[in-house]
Design a protein around this ligand. Structure first.
Ligand code: FES
Length: 158
């Protein structure tokens, strides 16, 4: 995601398309994040005005849900599931390993902008825990070796 993506975001078209939907805010935020990878602060006022909400209400929803980002992500996004089933199968160790290997904390991006590391709360693979998602691909039964292998592949394409 980059600045040109934001410039191509037609926020007014998206607002008009979602306005008729009951509870339009969440689907609208999903649509924006699908397009540019995060919810740019520049569009919060337009969203509030378009849906007849206060800026505080929109900001509150964006910050309440872990899923929504307020900052542009790195080139790749690695999400480590930290929900119950994965926690019971080593998710904490996987997150610690990812933080150490990438040199960045959860909810942040490596210094070179290559990888954003995030927690996620259930990827629907509970029976095959622990699970992670790399960009759009879910990986199940992830071992420390497999995680290292996946992270090395990302570094190679960074
Ligand atoms: S708890 Fe991790 S995939 Fe469901």
């Amino acid at each position: 995601m980059n600045r040109s993506d934001i410039q191509n975001l037609d926020i007014h078209q998206l607002i008009d398309a979602h306005k008729p939907i009951q509870g339009a805010l969440l689907p609208l935020l999903h649509a924006i994040q699908d397009q540019v990878g995060y919810i740019p602060s520049e569009v919060v006022g337009d969203i509030a005005k378009g849906l007849n909400l206060s800026r505080a209400e929109v900001h509150g929803v964006i910050t309440y849900y872990h899923f929504f980002r307020s900052e542009a992500p790195g080139k790749h996004v690695v999400q480590v599931c930290r929900a119950e089933a994965c926690q019971a199968c080593g998710a904490e160790e996987l997150m610690a390993l990812a933080e150490k290997t990438l040199g960045c904390a959860s909810h942040s991006t490596t210094a070179n902008g290559a990888v954003t590391l995030e927690p996620v709360y259930c990827l629907g693979m509970c029976a095959s825990s622990p699970a992670i998602q790399v960009n759009d691909t879910v990986h199940a039964r992830v071992t420390p070796n497999k995680l290292n292998q996946l992270l090395r592949q990302l570094e190679a394409t960074a």
